[in-house]
Design a protein around this ligand. Structure first.
Ligand SMILES: Cc1ncc(COP(=O)(O)O)c(C=O)c1O
Length: 462
């Protein structure tokens, strides 16, 4: 262990034994991790007492901020009454029953409202389950060859073997011997990076749809069972689809009877200014995954909505096998369900979707202004999610050499000024604050970002 001399005691303890997720495991031995010890509204506080606006809501998830007492109280009540039970082999409990009814009522389409909900603990597991159900369903309806799943470049669906395979981010595959077989890759709907010169965003959307159909025909539609996509791509760089993208993609999937899986792990429960991204983009999924903001991230929980059509076929198959051979020890955990119910109640009482719509223009208008900045090639966003993409040469859409770490520098400067943001490959800096953030807090967040941007400009000149 090579801990540097300026590590705090907690940071030292941490790096001694913690194999960090999504971290350069060597770099962190030299650069102390930021150790957070407390949350307060949209802020978190480190072990020296310094406060930060959490501009990412953690990992796009702490929608109600970091100190919602009602969730702590709901947890305490549930722990006192029924801390654990399960739903295997003919059991259920009152909390999972109530949550299932509530979630079904909130679903964005009639097909999902009439369907069923499979529970898991993380977005990865929910997406993994979706892939398993693509297989189970097609076996059940007598189309056992229809199993391949199409996913997109820069898609992010999690880290299990299947979810990482469906993700289109190279570092998630390197050294892990991934992807697994049966995953196909199609275009990422990011005009700034992938549109040809002179091609409009809508023309590019048409090309995305055409390329999808070409891929389906080349592979054979009878071999393709599913298509998975985030309504707005998150970890791949906050990619907001160009106009008409979703309306052009969906008829192709329908034509070839390919199940559409909407990964709403980030967009579910208000991020885009509607309860679901599927509402924002008129998506009609056969399956839909949620996690993160379902509990404001206070405890792990994820859910997979399954349409009635899929459920009915799988139910018959399970009857013939004798059991549906799937489920986690913690599927529909009562603590998680209780916190989800309280979270959903708070969203309704505080009109969280309306709140997002009312404060979002403060963020989105600033992002539009930043598009003129000499260091910024592109900005984009919707609701309370957005990003700036840095460029060395704006006109040529040319990024900085990744080795220079320009985005990482900017994010470090922001952190110095008490703002946590996240940089993603391609020097893309993301914004995804807690949904409860106020206009004044967004303005303060932007001031801190602008200070960091100015310092990055000065650093590049020096
Ligand atoms: C769109 C999307 N899907 C799936 C996941 C994976 O969720 P988890 O980290 O809970 O496994 C994430 C995580 O950020 C995500 O952004």
């Amino acid at each position: 262990m090579i801990a540097g001399t300026d590590f705090s005691t907690l940071a030292r303890k941490d790096v001694a034994h913690h194999f960090h997720p999504y971290t350069n495991a060597r770099a962190i031995e030299k650069d102390a991790p930021l150790v957070i010890v407390e949350g307060d509204g949209v802020e978190v506080i480190d072990d020296s007492g310094k406060r930060y606006i959490e501009g990412m809501a953690g990992l796009w998830c702490a929608s109600l901020g970091f100190s919602e007492k009602r969730l702590a109280d709901a947890a305490k009540r549930q722990m006192d009454v029924l801390p654990y039970y399960h739903s295997f082999s003919g059991k259920a409990h009152n909390v999972v029953a109530e949550l299932s009814e509530r979630l079904a009522a909130l679903a964005p389409t009639q097909a999902l409202r009439e369907g069923r909900i499979v529970y898991a603990n993380s977005g990865s597991e929910a997406n993994d389950t979706a892939l398993k159900l693509v297989r189970y369903y097609h076996n059940a309806i007598g189309k056992p060859q229809k199993k391949k799943v199409i996913a997109r470049v820069k898609g992010y669906h999690g880290v299990t073997l299947a979810a990482a395979s469906m993700s289109g981010i190279p570092m998630m595959h390197q050294h892990f011997d991934l992807p697994i077989d049966g995953i196909l890759r199609t275009l990422c709907p990011h005009p700034y990076q992938f549109a040809n010169d002179g091609e409009s965003a809508e023309q590019f959307a048409t090309r995305c749809a055409e390329e999808l159909e070409t891929l389906i025909l080349k592979e054979g539609p009878e071999t393709i069972g599913g298509f998975i996509a985030e309504p707005v791509q998150g970890a791949g760089g906050v990619i907001v689809p160009p106009p008409t993208y979703w309306e052009k993609i969906q008829p192709i999937l329908k034509k070839y009877e390919i199940l559409l899986i909407a990964d709403e792990v980030i967009t579910g429960f208000g991020r885009t200014g509607n309860r679901f991204g599927s509402e924002t983009y008129n998506i009609e999924p056969d399956m839909l995954t949620v996690a993160k903001m379902i509990t404001s991230a206070y405890v792990p929980l994820s859910a997979l909505y399954v349409s009635n059509k899929i459920f009915q076929a799988c139910a018959d198959a399970s009857a013939s096998v004798g059991v549906f051979g799937h489920g986690y020890t913690y599927s529909g955990h009562p603590l998680a369900c209780a916190i989800a119910l309280e979270t959903l109640k708070i969203y309704e009482e505080r009109k969280i979707v309306e709140h997002v719509r009312s404060v979002a223009p403060t963020l989105q208008n600033a992002l539009k202004r930043y598009a003129d900045h000499p260091l910024i090639g592109n900005t984009r966003g919707i609701g309370l999610i957005g990003a700036v993409e840095l460029a060395e040469d704006k006109a040529a859409r040319k990024p900085f050499d990744a080795k220079r770490g320009v985005g990482a520098y900017l994010v470090r400067r922001a952190q110095e000024h008490g703002l946590i943001l996240r940089v993603m490959a391609g020097d893309i800096v993301a914004f995804s604050p807690p949904l409860v953030i106020t206009e004044l807090q967004i303005e303060e967040l932007l001031r801190r970002f602008e200070r960091a941007l100015l310092e990055t400009e000065q650093w590049l000149k020096s």
